[in-house]
Write a protein that binds this ligand. Sequence first.
Ligand code: ZN
Length: 213
Amino acid sequence: MSSNVAETLIRLGAEFHRRGWVLGTSGNFSAVSSRDPLRLFITASSMDKGRLTAEHFLEVEQDGRAVNGASGKPSAETLLHIAVVRATGAASVLHTHSVWSTVLSDVHADEGGFYIEGYEMLKGLEGVKTHEHREWVPILENTQDMKALAVDASGLLRKRPEVHGILIRQHGLYTWGKTLDEAARHVEILEFLFESFGRRKMMEPEPRAMRRK
Ligand SMILES: [Zn+2]
């Protein structure tokens, strides 16, 4: 792994941990190391993201196994990272477990997701030019069967290629970017939007449409 990529992922781990988005060894980060054959650098299983070092990453093949039988166990969610990279062409996938992503993915699971619209911060999402944008945030059911979850994510991204992130119910966020910086920005922007959306709902639970009637 290039020292640049390692340094950035280590820094993101510390920042995200400080923000409460990857507590207690939760979450995982990956960066594409090769397109053909597809290979990823990914955080090893059960590492504290606030205290990562370059030894806490390993390179995996597209089937999720460590390259050359390297030591260390890849994150259990490796297959989901690979599915997202395949579907979106991303260079990096970042997975976090924040309070707001956990709560909102639970509250809106029955609708399969929710829309966020009107917020200026939406413009931090790649390709979004105006606050009038309507962002669909899809929610997939959580499971410990990572193969099934990877299939679900692939299907979802085929149907909704415009989304910038996926929530897993009562679990957390997957987002990605064409660069590592873009993926990191998407975590920050989506977490900001989730908190704004969630707090607003708490203050004014009645939907706008009903209020106008
Ligand atoms: Zn997770």
